[in-house]
Design a protein around this ligand. Sequence first.
Ligand SMILES: [Ca+2]
Length: 211
Amino acid sequence: MDTITEPEEHDASRRNLMKKAVVAGAVVWTAPVVMSAPAAFAAGSVPPTTPNPTLPPSDTNLAPGHTASMSSVYASPCNSAALGNDGLSTQANPTNGGLSYQNWNFANPCNTNSIFHTDTGPGEWWQVDLGSSFTIDKIVLYNRIDNSAQTRAQNITLSIDGVSQGIIPGTIGSWNSVTWTLPSPVVGQVIRVTNGVTNYFHLAEVEVWGH
Ligand SMILES: [Ca+2]
């Protein structure tokens, strides 16, 4: 049983809040922040998890190799924005005791996890600038999976070039990864994901599929 705790989790009040969320259960969605969402992804709905079969075969994950940035950094430089698009997500990590790249390493996070990690605040965000415009078809998010910390990512807003594409509702630790196929392709350059709650924000990977 994992008994190690992340330094920020010593805050008793927030621990209590997380306990309440767990008690509430995965079926009870926290009310999403008020933002516009396309009808296909109305707040409270569950985004599609099956890739659109009509997606062009030329689609690739465009995010790796491009410049990532984020609203703040927790324990810099061990949790940099670049870890969000380094291409490492679910595989076993030989330098992290064989744990998944989705597990944050408490003892020595530098170079042994693959999770970007902001400080705590309202609307913490991560983004990647693709350098030029591409046709974006879907986004795949890989959540952190250790220590119940995945509950910190809730009601994530996806925006492309500053335009909201809707909200991925939840979560109460209810997903390890989610595929978000856009209702129709969107041409854009800067893809941003924004946490819908005031908390730390961390994901293991953000894949941007398009051509
Ligand atoms: Ca990663």
